[in-house]
Design a protein around this ligand. Structure first.
Ligand SMILES: [Zn+2]
Length: 377
């Protein structure tokens, strides 16, 4: 056995220890890389981020790199469990811990916050997200022309809202957004910028989208976590009896699924038209274009006991004049919605998400939401 084979065998043994079976930073299974400055096992994606950290960015492949005995010893002594206890000792409830499915900006800032800035190592530190007020310029996509312009944004914990101004010195905000209606999600692909952030909110019960970015990934991720911080404190006041664990899922959430389907109108005789669909928990919204400010319409997916159901296929006799053939029918107490998907796998994927929403019991807030939606049809 060569020196290196021995090293690989020793490392594989260390990888068997609890905690080392998943990336220390994003949780991806079976990490094949390691930071030998920090003593953690990480996935390929996170290793690329670590590599760019000055001073602490020494990464090696478990199987391909040459390892010194002292380095193997170091990995054995440390490992993911012990280092998590050190670097993630006090992660605030509102702080979003990214997974391997999240975008580069979120993962990079999480790794930098953990190891470079050591934000979560000792209690009692006031983090930049917790100021109660954040003010700054963000690039915002214009509603009509699709160009991005620099706009001043102000987030205020005291007022529980996010405002933005059309001009730097404007007195009146262009919009006042209540934080409890905000859902912020990173959308680099859709927005066409690695730091692209979509903010979805309600204005007079109508869903509205704005699309933002900042050149600096730290700035945009700080904004994102500041919004979560303000939302969390708003919810604490609104639901005084709730535990942190109950409130956490009410903060920003990633969309369950997005993509194109074709749909027909309420009379079901209109042609099928291609629309961009976004499923945000129980709200299925559709847009003409993925970057539209307003949804063309929405379907609220309430519990099946209230008369909601979903099935594959279209009602017999539906004149399917669209290009796509894989039908889905959603039945609500008021009407049926007919969709078609490009492929069977897309159809099955959408159906499994719809079924899961319809099969999940509802909170009191969701009952009032459902009642509100009924009036819209
Ligand atoms: Zn990872």
């Amino acid at each position: 056995m060569t020196v290196n084979e021995r090293a690989v065998r020793a490392l594989k043994e260390i990888l068997q220890k609890p905690g080392n079976d998943a990336c220390a930073d994003c949780g991806a299974a079976d990490p094949e890389w390691a930071s030998c400055s920090l003593g953690v096992f990480i996935c390929l994606g996170c290793s690329g981020i670590h590599r760019n950290l000055p001073e602490i960015g020494k990464v090696k492949s478990v199987t391909l790199s040459r390892w010194e005995d002292s380095e193997i010893q170091f990995m054995a002594e440390r490992g993911n469990k012990a280092m998590k206890a050190e670097y993630e000792a006090v992660v605030p409830v509102y702080y979003y811990k990214p997974t391997h499915k999240d975008c580069q900006a979120l993962r990079e800032q999480w790794i930098r916050a953990k190891y470079e800035r050591k934000e979560f190592s000792t209690a009692g530190r006031k983090l930049p997200y917790e100021e109660g007020m954040r003010e700054g310029m963000l690039m915002k996509r214009g509603r009509d022309n699709g160009q991005f312009f620099s706009r001043r944004f102000v987030l205020l914990e005291r007022e529980g809202n996010l405002k933005y101004y059309a001009k730097q010195d404007a007195k009146m905000p262009k919009a006042v957004i209540k934080v409890d209606t905000i859902n912020a999600t990173f959308q680099p692909g859709k927005i066409g910028n690695p730091n692209g952030l979509q903010i979805t909110y309600l204005k007079e019960n109508i869903t509205r989208n704005i699309f933002l970015y900042h050149e600096s990934s730290k700035e945009i991720v700080d904004w994102y976590n500041s919004i979560r911080y303000v939302q969390f404190h708003y919810l604490k006041v609104a639901f005084p009896g709730s535990s942190d664990a109950e409130l956490k899922p009410k903060l920003t959430r990633n969309f369950l699924k997005e993509g194109y389907m074709e749909k027909t109108g309420p009379r079901q005789t209109e042609g099928f038209k291609r629309r961009w669909f976004t499923l945000d928990h129980r709200r299925l919204m559709y847009f003409k274009d993925p970057l539209d400010a307003f949804a063309k319409g929405e379907v609220y997916l309430a519990h099946r006991d209230l008369g909601y159901s979903v099935c594959a296929g279209l009602p017999v006799g539906t004149h399917c004049n669209g290009a796509w053939q894989h039908g889905i029918t959603i039945v609500t107490p008021d009407r049926s919605f007919l969709f078609t998907c490009e492929s069977e796998s897309e159809q099955q994927d959408w159906i499994s998400h719809f079924s899961s929403a319809i099969g999940t019991s509802m909170s009191p807030q969701e009952y009032s939401m459902e009642a509100l939606f009924k009036h819209k049809y």
